[in-house]
Every structure is written in C-alpha cells, then in structure tokens.
Design a protein around this ligand. Structure first.
Ligand code: COA
Length: 152
C-alpha cells in the first residue's frame, strides 16, 4: 500500500488516523441515507463505521483486512440529513492475525454550527489476510516498511 501520512510528535512519528487524532473518514449525511421517518438510517452509519475500521485496521496491519465481527453497537443520538459524520477509532487489541478496534462516530450538526455530538460507538474485529484471503500475522508496529523515512 502507499505511504501513510505521518506527523512528528517529539522524536516519534505517528499516523494521526491510527492515533485517533484525525478521523478515518468524514462524510456528509444525505437525504438518500434516511430511514422512513427521515432520520439517517442506522445501517448507513454502521457501514461508515465498518469503512473507518477497515481503513484503520488496514493501516495497522499494513495490507488487506476483512471484517470478522462488529459488536456492541450503541446508537446514542440520531444523525440528521446535512450532518457531517466523522468516524474515529483506535486499536485496542492486537492478536496473532486479528485486530480489535474501538470506533466512535461524531456528528457535526448542520442545524447548529459548531455543535458536535458523539452519536455511535462500536467494537469491531478485523483479520489481516493474504492474497488468498487466508489469515496472516499482523506485523509488529516497528516492522520495517517500504515507505520513505519522514522528511526524506
Ligand atoms: C475472517 C476469516 C478470514 C477468518 O478465517 P478463519 O479460518 O476463521 O481463521 P481463524 O480461525 O484462524 O481466526 C483468525 C482470527 O480471527 C479471530 N476471530 C475469528 N472469528 C472471530 C469472531 N467472531 N470475533 C472475533 N474474532 C474472531 C480469531 O480469534 C483469530 O484471531 P488471532 O489470530 O488474533 O488469534 C474468515 O472467517 C472469513 O473470510 N470471513 C469472512 C470475512 C468477510 O467476508 N467479511 C465481510 C467483508 S470484509
């Protein structure tokens, strides 16, 4: 996969998405994403969380991953048309081939400028897989990469 954008924190170089300081995805909730009563459909929010988790897991696993489980979804507040949904996550457990993430989604309300509400959270497990879709070990964090050194 391509180079991952990084920022320096002291001497440590961190991926801001993996560190949870930047969202893995940010997307506008559209009228086509609503349920019959006009709020945003929970299944659409779950799909965004799955996408965000997949991005995070793939960065940490440095390659292809598949979703094996999505658990403990909690919908705290509704999402409305026009809200900007941002999905953040962090890796809470690394197994041999699997990674478990805690995911959170925040809605920036269209109706009230600057109001940001945590709307959903979930736990998701992904498995790193090879080209034949077989589980492969998650590389250690400090494994060498083919990415250019920061500042290079
Ligand atoms: C994910 C998949 C590759 C795992 O294959 P498998 O033969 O069951 O592999 P294993 O039994 O060796 O399990 C692999 C890892 O997943 C974990 N795992 C399996 N099922 C799990 C579950 N329900 N919840 C959490 N972790 C699970 C195992 O504990 C293991 O983790 P570890 O290596 O860190 O200890 C296979 O089940 C699969 O392809 N599922 C479909 C994935 C998919 O299509 N997702 C939706 C679209 S991305």
């Amino acid at each position: 996969m391509g180079a991952i954008p990084t920022v320096s924190r002291g001497t440590r170089v961190v991926d801001p998405v993996l560190a949870g300081t930047e969202p893995a995805i940010r997307v506008l909730a559209m009228p086509a994403d609503t349920n019959p009563t006009g709020d945003i459909f929970g299944g659409w929010i779950m799909a965004q969380m799955d996408l965000a988790g997949g991005i995070l897991a793939s960065r940490r696993a440095r390659g292809r991953v598949v979703t094996v489980a999505m658990n403990a979804f909690e919908f705290h507040h509704p999402v409305y048309v026009g809200d900007l949904l941002s999905c953040y996550g962090r890796v809470v457990r690394v197994g041999r081939t699997s990674l478990t993430l805690h995911l959170e989604a925040f809605a920036e309300r269209a109706a009230e400028l600057g109001q940001v509400v945590k709307v959903t959270e979930a736990t998701a497990t992904f498995v790193a897989v090879d080209e034949q879709r077989r589980p492969r070990p998650v590389p250690p964090l400090d494994a060498p990469t083919d990415e250019p050194a920061p500042g290079a």
